[in-house]
Design a binder for this molecule. Sequence first.
Ligand SMILES: [Zn+2]
Length: 223
Amino acid sequence: MGAIIVLMGMPGAGKGTQARLLAQRFGWPQISTGDILREIAETETELGRLVRQTQKAGQLVSDEILAEILRERTGRADCQRGYILDGYPRTAAQAEFLDALAREQGKRVIVIHIVVSRDSLVKRLAGRRSCPRCGEIYNVHLRPPREDERCDRCGAPLLRRADDVPEAIEKRCDVYREKTAPLLDYYRQRAAFFEVDGERPIEEIFRQIEAIVRAEVAGDDPR
Ligand SMILES: [Zn+2]
């Protein structure tokens, strides 16, 4: 027995942070299909060539190939007790495959949706600033520099990424919502679907997610 953790949420909702914390706490691998594809694309294998060609043509790698890659990676020993997925599934069809894989592996899928309001996402992302000289990251709302729009460490004027302007963020939210709505619908009808309030501090969100996972795997001795 074991668990497969799927984290969902809009860009900027904090999925990556929570995935890292979960991986550390439980000692489970965080599996990113994007990273695996990048690795495979660098190999001189049949699959490596196929992935390179697909990406060069600007196409998405097929569901069948993704499924094979996922089955192989999650069949390794380090995934036995559980693993955390990053970037998968993205569609209801992929979620169906994941359910089948979970049955094969004797694992249960636990889906956690990190819910953040559109307003606070815009505020979070639009508030992001970075220092072009030393790379320090700020947020004018959450972690403001001491002097307005200047780096605390080196004094350089801070920059905002082009896609962190409110209009671009709204657009990203729309695209995300449209694309993942069917996936959310699919998971909402399942027993192991949870929503957590992503507006609270990172540690509090993590405590809640950790409690959900522990309760779900209570009988499994997850370390
Ligand atoms: Zn700086």
